[in-house]
Design a protein around this ligand. Structure first.
Ligand SMILES: *[C@@H]1O[C@H](CO)[C@@H](O)[C@H](O)[C@H]1NC(C)=O
Length: 359
């Protein structure tokens, strides 16, 4: 299924700049897998709503739970019962919210990041419009924990992770200037108003860890809680922010990516899955916005190759690219890859289902 690839320079020159622009960070050997060749175990289909962006499993390993259009958080109950409602934000939600109509989002809310604190069973939610929310293990109405920090309101709360030891919650606000429907503008204008923050459940205070970021997105703590990784979508990178030890507060580049990263999930082995929204656009090369190649290059590459693009990468605990998942087109805008129960679960802010593949 997978093929070991070591990039060589035997590619045709016309293609070379494109391939290098996309693959230069991957000078070392890594595995590439075409996702449509993996064995699909199950498709968890949603009805009326869409866009399962983030996936979380509770302390009993049940789920996934996911946030969808219309503002609800749903729980997967297995094949027989399918999806059931778990939580809603306590804002101005109305019956008419349960659709995939993006124009209702600011009223209905849009949960993007999800993570459980396993010790207490509390689910933390980063809702794009309502800020950081929390709901107990039985679900119901989520309460708002924070909607601003240092006097600045959140405009695009996005990713969240929880330190399972201390219970501290790390989350991002992707932009102060733009809201979710305009995320493309935030990326192409180089808007750098995003922030990385910490919420302390004991003091109920929010601390700003980093500001001035170009579209900070998903976050994931290391296994020992010594550092935090966050996806910087605007720069196609994963950054590492030290939380403990001699470099506390310092930041460094953890990995460069062939696309725009969304959520990050740590695996039980201490590796990280980074979902890629779309392939990197190299503006200098005039590369087409759609699939990352121009019409000419599409013709050169042939149809199959032209539409195959990276949708996720698996990184080692040191930031080395171990694997790239490629897709031939069906998986639009992958938002999250979660590894659980011997499978990978793939969420997308655009699709009306979660796809599960055997590893
Ligand atoms: C929040 O986003 C909206 C919509 O993009 C924008 O009109 C508003 O000015 C933003 N808020 C701030 C404080 O920039």
């Amino acid at each position: 299924m997978g093929t070991k690839l070591c990039r060589t320079t035997s590619l045709r020159p016309a293609l070379l700049s494109i391939m290098l622009a996309v693959l230069l960070p991957f000078s070392s050997c890594h595995e590439e897998k075409a996702i449509d060749k993996l064995e699909s175990v199950e498709r968890l289909v949603l009805t009326t709503v869409a866009g399962p962006e983030s996936l979380a499993f509770d302390r009993r390993g049940e789920g996934p739970y996911t946030g969808v259009s219309g503002g609800r958080i749903l729980k997967w109950q297995g094949k027989g019962r399918g999806w059931t409602g778990f939580a809603v934000n306590a804002g101005n939600r109305k019956e008419c919210c349960d659709t995939s109509d993006v124009s209702l989002e600011s009223m209905c809310g849009r949960p993007l990041g999800l993570q459980f604190h396993k010790a207490t069973g509390v689910l933390y939610v980063a809702d794009a419009y309502f800020g950081l929310l929390a709901v107990g293990p039985k679900g119901g109405a989520a309460r708002r924990l924070a909607a601003s920090a240092d006097g600045g309101r959140f405009n695009f709360t996005n990713g969240v992770d929880v330190d399972q030891g201390t219970g501290e919650v790390y989350f991002t606000d992707s932009s102060t200037r733009y809201q979710r429907p305009d995320y493309i503008l935030s990326v192409i204008t180089g808007d750098s108003t995003g922030r990385l923050m910490k919420y302390d459940p004991r003091t109920r205070k929010v601390t700003v860890l980093r500001r001035g970021l170009p579209f900070p997105n998903g976050v994931a703590l290391s296994g020992d809680g010594s550092f935090l990784l966050f996806a910087e979508t605007g720069s196609c990178r994963v950054l590492k922010h030290w939380l403990r030890g001699p470099r506390t507060g310092a930041m460094e580049v953890f990995a460069e990516l062939p696309g725009y990263p969304d959520n990050i999930r740590r695996t039980a082995r201490g590796e990280y899955w980074i979902a890629l929204n779309r392939e990197k656009i190299n503006l200098n090369d005039g590369v087409g916005v759609g699939v990352g190649v121009t019409e000419d290059e599409k013709a050169t590459k042939g149809k199959a190759a032209a539409t195959e693009h990276p949708v996720a990468v698996r990184l080692s605990g040191e930031g080395k690219v171990l694997e790239v998942l490629l897709d031939g087109g069906e998986l639009a805008s992958v938002s999250e890859v979660a590894e659980e129960n011997g499978a990978i679960w793939i969420g997308s802010v655009e699709l009306p289902y979660v796809e599960v593949y055997k590893l």
